[in-house]
Design a protein. Structure first.
Length: 122
């Protein structure tokens, strides 16, 4: 069984790799005004998942840690919205978006489970 440190490193790597895939995809999208706005929003929310997760690791209290994990989860949920918009406006192939969405759903589930544990609801 993996210990907490191993799980923390694993999720950190998964988030980082997901962000790299996201950036690669965003670089391939068209430059029309509508798509540019979605790209900017998605880049902000997507990278915020990782930034907040990293900040959580350096938190000064359990409350601070919980808040950063919560923000990371909120950013993941926002990113799912923007990815779905890109998919549903046919700006990118569904397969590419669906792969990102699937991994993001797993990451969000892990973050959500962590929050439940932190709040003593699990």
């Amino acid at each position: 069984m993996k210990n907490l440190k191993d799980k923390t490193v694993e999720i950190k790597i998964r988030i980082y790799n997901w962000i790299l895939k996201l950036i690669r995809l965003l670089k391939t999208l068209p430059g029309d005004t509508c798509t540019k706005i979605i790209i900017e929003q998605l880049l902000r929310s997507g990278t915020s998942i990782g930034a907040n997760y990293i900040e959580a690791q350096a938190a000064s209290s359990k409350k601070d840690f919980t808040n950063f994990i919560h923000h990371s989860l909120k950013s993941a949920n926002e990113s799912k919205f923007w990815l779905a918009l890109l998919r549903d406006t046919n700006k990118v192939k569904s397969k590419e978006i669906n792969e990102l969405l699937e991994e993001l759903k797993e990451i969000a589930n892990i973050l959500g489970a962590s929050l439940l544990t932190l709040k003593g609801k699990r």
